[in-house]
Design a protein around this ligand. Structure first.
Ligand code: SF4
Ligand code: SF4
Length: 441
């Protein structure tokens, strides 16, 4: 694609990066076929190619964002299916991240939208605040119907709908410290405790620590780590996202200095995609660029890390059918497609992939709160495809997808690690009956 940026504009490294990306696009439109919003809405401006044109126009003319571009960029899930499809290697992720930061700096949203976004940014990344907000959400449940009738309050209704009826207590395993590996030592890793996942389902990281230590891997919970920054990054709040990245880089650098790390294990693929991008996000900060690159190279999804270990034979023989839902951040963001399915199959499960596996479930960070209508359409389409597999249970590697799919599916939805842990001798995943895990003889 031909671009017309001035020399002065290209002096801004963010613009220069976006120009490089724009020039790679040959406007072939292949990406439109796999874009969930184009497939759902049928509008070229809600396709990757349409958004690329809008972003180009906004950046080239150096103008503030307007209502049109905000509407279509807000509808983008950042699912990155377009990057998997694109034959020209267009890095849509970095382009849309730049556009979102530009929108945040130059566009004044309506008051309620601003308040909702500010509240999400102030609550979700902080486990204590998020837990308190979920308790409060119970009081708001009777008003869901009322909020849904008022367009500006639909995000509030979506939030209340997604809030679980019971909130597990915080896990003592998530406090800073080290969990020693059993038997012969096979490695030393740090684990990201994260934010929303540690509140909604602390058992995911507890299970991960339990399985890894049984396999001989020491697991460190470093002092000072926190939210990866993805939630605010996707809202264009660059300063907050970079502050989270720097804090985590510091925490993991200390852990590296104090005994080395083979990996930084991440159990939410949305966070994994962002941490693997820290090297890029902090490239312009001389104090952090190198350290961030090192952290990104150590970040591994738990299935990626387990696939590199020589796992023993499973203790149990499940034989039951599992529908594997590959989160967008797993398959498109991190290009991890093989390992989770192979691990499940090796553990004795029959793995089925739902049709249209490339399409997002509509969760996408805060998308299911900020764009509840498109999100619900995508969720229902996903659940229909999952239920058509006749599986007994759904496995996936991202808390957002678990919450989203479970809100409409009739079958249990669990993190992949819980099924693996059970097959290798751990306890049964909560909420899944024995009959769902073991195939009838
Ligand atoms: S597939 Fe790639 S090159 Fe083709 S229009 Fe989409 S982003 Fe541009
Ligand atoms: S990130 Fe997803 S929703 Fe956004 S343009 Fe690409 S395919 Fe479409």
């Amino acid at each position: 694609m031909q671009t017309n940026f001035s020399v002065a504009q290209l002096a801004d490294p963010h613009v220069a990066e976006s120009e490089k990306i724009l020039r790679k696009c040959v406007h072939c439109g292949f990406c439109t076929a796999t874009c969930p919003t184009y497939v759902t809405l049928g509008n070229e401006l809600d396709s990757p190619r349409g958004r690329i044109y809008l972003i180009k126009d906004m950046l080239e003319n150096g103008r503030p964002a307007d209502k049109q571009i905000v509407t279509h960029i807000d509808r983008c899930l950042s699912c990155l299916a377009c990057m998997t499809t694109c034959p020209s290697g267009v890095n849509y992720m970095h382009l849309v991240d730049h556009a979102r930061a530009h929108i945040q700096e130059t566009y004044r949203r309506p008051l309620l939208d601003r308040l909702t976004r500010a509240m999400l940014a102030a609550v979700l990344p902080y486990p204590d605040r998020f837990r308190a907000a979920l308790r409060l959400a119970r009081l708001g449940r009777p008003f869901i119907g009322l909020f849904e009738r008022l367009p500006a309050l639909k995000p509030v209704a979506a939030m209340l709908r997604l809030a679980p009826s019971s909130i597990p207590s915080a896990s003592p395993m998530a406090t800073p410290g080290a969990h020693a590996g059993q038997g012969t030592k096979r490695g030393r890793v740090a684990i990201l405790t994260g934010c929303a996942q540690s509140v909604l389902d602390p058992a995911i990281n507890d299970t991960t620590i339990s399985l890894l230590t049984r396999l001989g891997v020491e697991v460190v919970v470093p002092e000072g780590e926190g939210c990866c920054g993805a939630l605010v990054h996707h809202m264009g709040r660059e300063a907050a996202a970079l502050a989270s990245a720097r804090r985590n880089v510091d925490a993991w650098t200390r852990a590296i200095d104090q005994g080395g790390l083979d990996a930084i294990v991440v159990t939410a693929s949305g966070c994994g995609t962002t941490i693997k991008d820290y090297g890029f996000m902090l490239r312009l900060d001389p104090a952090y660029a190198e350290k961030a690159k090192r952290v990104s190279s150590l970040a591994k999804d738990i299935t990626e890390y387990l696939a590199g270990l020589d796992l023993p034979e499973p203790v149990r023989k499940p034989g039951t059918i599992v529908a594997y839902h590959s989160a967008c951040s797993m398959q498109h963001g991190q290009k991890i497609t093989r390992q989770p399915k192979e691990l499940l199959a090796k553990a004795g499960f029959v793995v089925r992939e739902p049709r249209e596996g490339h399409l997002c479930c509509g969760s996408a960070g805060t998308y299911n709160i900020l764009q509840p209508e498109i999100s619900a359409k995508l969720r229902d389409r996903k659940v229909k495809n999952i239920e058509a597999t006749s599986a007994s249970v759904v496995a996936t590697g991202n808390i957002g997808c678990i919450t989203q799919i479970a809100s409409a599916a009739k079958l249990p939805v669990v993190h992949t690690i819980k099924l693996l842990d059970w097959a290798y001798g751990g306890p049964k995943p909560e909420g899944v009956s024995e009959a769902k895990l073991v195939a009838a003889e």
